[in-house]
Every structure is written in C-alpha cells, then in structure tokens.
Design a protein around this ligand. Structure first.
Ligand SMILES: CC(C)(COP(=O)(O)OP(=O)(O)OC[C@H]1O[C@@H](n2cnc3c(N)ncnc32)[C@H](O)[C@@H]1O)[C@@H](O)C(=O)NCCC(=O)NCCS
Ligand SMILES: Nc1ncnc2c1ncn2[C@@H]1O[C@H](COP(=O)(O)OP(=O)(O)OP(=O)(O)O)[C@@H](O)[C@H]1O
Length: 184
C-alpha cells in the first residue's frame, strides 16, 4: 500500500515478492533446483504452484531456508540490473518481506519499516487473501520479529488505522530526493 503511494509520485518500485515469483517461473536454474527440493508438484501444469509450495514451506523453517537460498541470490542479481536500468532517477524503492539492515548484503542505502499492529495485519490479510488465521500466523512466525524490524529500520511508517499515510510518504519522498541529490 505504501509503495503504491510512492508510485503515484513516479518513484520506481521493485516488488520483490512478485518478481521472485516471476523468476521462479522463468529462470531455468531456479526451476531445476526448486523441483529437486520440492518435487515436480512445485510446477504442476508447468507453472510455479504457490499453493503447494506455501503448504510445504510456511510451517517448515529449514525447508523455507533452502528455498530462500535458491531464489534470493537470483533476486539480488535481478534487483541490481533493475537499479542499473533506473540510473539517473533520484531514488528507487525495493519492497520486500525479508530485509536486513542497510548495507548488509542487500545494497540498499536505507530501510523503511512499515508498521501496523499484528491483529490489524491479520484482519487485513483475512480480507485480502484466501488464507486462514492459522496460515497467516505461520507466515508471520517465519518472518523476523517486530523488535528486529525496529532495530534494522532507518525510517518508520505507521500504517495503523489512526495515522495518515500520505503525509508520512510525502515526508520520506522529500528526505530521499534530497539524499539522492547530495549523493549524485
Ligand atoms: C512460498 C510462496 C510460494 C507462497 O506464495 P503465495 O502466493 O501463497 O504467498 P505470497 O508470496 O503472497 O506470500 C505470503 C506472505 O508471505 C511473505 N513471504 C513470502 N516469501 C517469504 C519468505 N521467504 N519468508 C518469509 N515471508 C515470506 C510475503 O511477503 C507475504 O506477506 C512464495 O512466497 C515464495 O516462493 N516465497 C519464497 C521466495 C521469497 O523469499 N520471496 C520473497 C521475496 S525475495
Ligand atoms: N492504511 C490502510 N487502510 C486500509 N487497508 C489497508 C491499509 N494498508 C494496507 N491495507 C490493506 O491491507 C492489505 C495488506 O496490505 P499490503 O499489501 O500493503 O501489505 P503487505 O505487507 O505488502 O502484504 P504482503 O506482504 O502479505 O503482500 C491489503 O489488502 C491492503 O489493501
């Protein structure tokens, strides 16, 4: 949601989740390794079978780690070439579910953490996705904690029901535009 607001300001956004899915379908190296890890059902009818893969990995930490180790290096390379394609633009954004501190193996200058209370997040996902509360909680469990996000974030956006999003986005837009021009 926050990234869509930045897009309204003409800021290019790399959506890691959806791009990772595209690469998982189209990169032959990933396809081979994911099939070896999860079996041919991972590509039922020729396409990445996210329902099946989610049912295997979201409650199995070691397996999710192995899947990440196949997909993430390719996403990192792909992000790098996308950034190069956007050269000359003051700044770009990468939207990702999993992220480390800026500069730690991720090539970002700053990390923006979007925060919302966990119960509200669950309500929103129940409305958006065809998932049970138990499945949603399993996904959250496999991600880093809110405390960890607080530690790695350079900027924070409150996306609860009380805070207005647009002013927060405009403020960050100003900050990043200025940071970009001082670097160039
Ligand atoms: C497991 C998969 C098949 C599930 O697909 P599905 O369409 O059902 O769910 P979706 O992608 O929308 O993810 C659901 C939620 O889990 C989060 N999530 C996705 N991948 C991961 C992960 N590796 N670790 C923790 N959370 C994740 C998403 O941000 C989202 O909040 C898919 O997410 C996947 O292939 N993930 C592994 C690759 C990955 O890490 N992608 C994230 C960006 S690099
Ligand atoms: N401020 C808001 N007010 C109302 N609904 C919101 C708000 N922010 C997000 N939502 C809704 O909550 C759902 C989740 O939001 P969003 O897709 O931005 O989160 P996300 O963290 O990227 O989710 P995921 O990683 O699971 O894809 C969406 O359906 C979105 O429309």
């Amino acid at each position: 949601m926050v990234c869509r607001l930045f897009e309204c300001l003409d800021v290019p956004v790399y959506y890691a989740d959806s791009r990772a899915k595209w690469l998982t379908n189209h990169d032959p190296g990933i396809r081979e390794k994911v099939t070896a890890l999860l079996g041919p059902e991972a590509y039922a009818e020729g396409f990445y079978n996210t329902k099946y893969v989610a049912s295997r990995v979201f409650d199995n930490e070691p397996l999710l780690k192995e899947l990440n180790a196949i997909i993430h290096p390719v996403v990192m390379r792909d992000t790098k070439s996308w950034v190069a394609q956007n050269e000359g633009i003051p700044y770009v954004l990468k939207e990702a579910a999993i992220m480390g501190k800026a500069g730690e193996a991720n090539a970002v200058d700053y990390v923006v953490v979007v925060e919302a209370p966990v119960d509200l997040r669950i309500q929103r996902i129940l409305q958006r996705d065809n998932r049970t509360e138990q499945e949603i909680r399993a996904i959250i469990e496999r991600q880093v904690s809110d405390e960890h996000r607080r530690e790695i974030g350079d900027y924070f956006v409150q996306n609860d029901d009380d805070s207005e999003l647009i002013p927060q986005v405009l403020h960050l837009h100003d900050t990043f535009r200025n940071a970009g021009s001082s670097r160039n």
